[in-house]
Design a protein around this ligand. Structure first.
Ligand SMILES: O=C(O)c1cc(=O)[nH]c(=O)n1[C@@H]1O[C@H](COP(=O)(O)O)[C@@H](O)[C@H]1O
Length: 233
């Protein structure tokens, strides 16, 4: 089932049972779901099948980052499992991104292919630590330009960068933004954060939200509060 909602709930749980328990309370007409490294490493493709069976469109977030041939193969495997969106790291370079896109096109998949720019858990000082002298804003811009040129459908970035990326890559280029923190939630390990309302106003295409929903006393109440903030109830 497709939905007009920009919300993607990150099912970052330690077991498939726990993830499906929340999925059973969510409505695929009101959000999409994301399966990340922890859940996929535990549950494998069965998790995807279970979520597809419940009518959800799934973002498989494994952030592939390897040599072009390996990443192209991994992206093809994800597409064959029917996921709606899959991601790679833009820092794998243009040849890696192009190989992934070419593989999808060659096999006729319309899976959305998105490149992670700079993780939302990183700030300027973290980039300096790994030898990148750029600010996070400049590095995101650089990698987004490269991702756009390499045929990606969009990028993962912080909502802090969404407006600028629309300026330089156009409004059709998707901005998938984690680091979403409603007023009631703590930032925790995230560094570049925005509220749901701020993210939408900045032009984000999709908002990825995990702990503010999954760790809330009542996840459905938290989700409803976010929908209310976005006036999509
Ligand atoms: O690609 C992602 O989804 C991602 C990229 C990024 O830069 N930052 C980021 O937080 N994510 C993912 O988005 C989710 C955010 O979760 P919360 O911080 O709990 O809302 C997690 O599943 C992260 O793995």
């Amino acid at each position: 089932m497709s939905t007009a909602s920009p919300l993607i709930v990150a099912l970052d749980y330690t077991s498939m049972d726990a993830a499906l328990c929340l999925a059973d309370r969510l409505d695929p007409a009101r959000c999409r779901v994301k399966v990340g490294k922890e859940l996929f490493t535990r549950g494998g493709p069965d998790v995807l099948e279970a979520l597809h069976g419940r009518g959800f469109e799934v973002f498989l977030d494994l952030k592939f980052h390897d040599i072009p041939n390996t990443v192209a193969g991994a992206v093809q495997a994800a597409a064959e499992q029917g996921v709606w969106m899959v991601n790679v790291h833009a820092s794998g370079g243009s040849r890696m991104m192009e190989a992934a896109r070419e593989r999808l096109d060659r096999h006729g998949f319309d899976t959305l292919l998105i490149a992670v720019t700079v993780l939302t858990s990183l700030g300027d000082e973290d980039l300096a630590e790994i030898g990148l002298p750029a600010s996070t804003a400049a590095q995101v811009e650089r990698l987004a330009r490269l991702a756009h040129k390499s045929g990606m459908h969009g990028v993962v970035c912080s909502a802090q960068e969404s407006a600028r990326l629309t300026e330089i890559c156009g409004s059709d280029f998707l901005k998938v933004t984690p680091g979403i923190r409603p007023a009631f939630a703590a930032a925790e390990d995230q560094r570049r954060v925005r509220t749901p309302g701020e993210a939408m106003a900045a032009g984000s295409s999709y908002l990825v939200i995990g702990r503010p929903v999954t760790q809330a006393e009542d996840p459905m109440v938290a989700l409803a509060a976010i929908e209310k903030e976005l006036a999509i109830l």
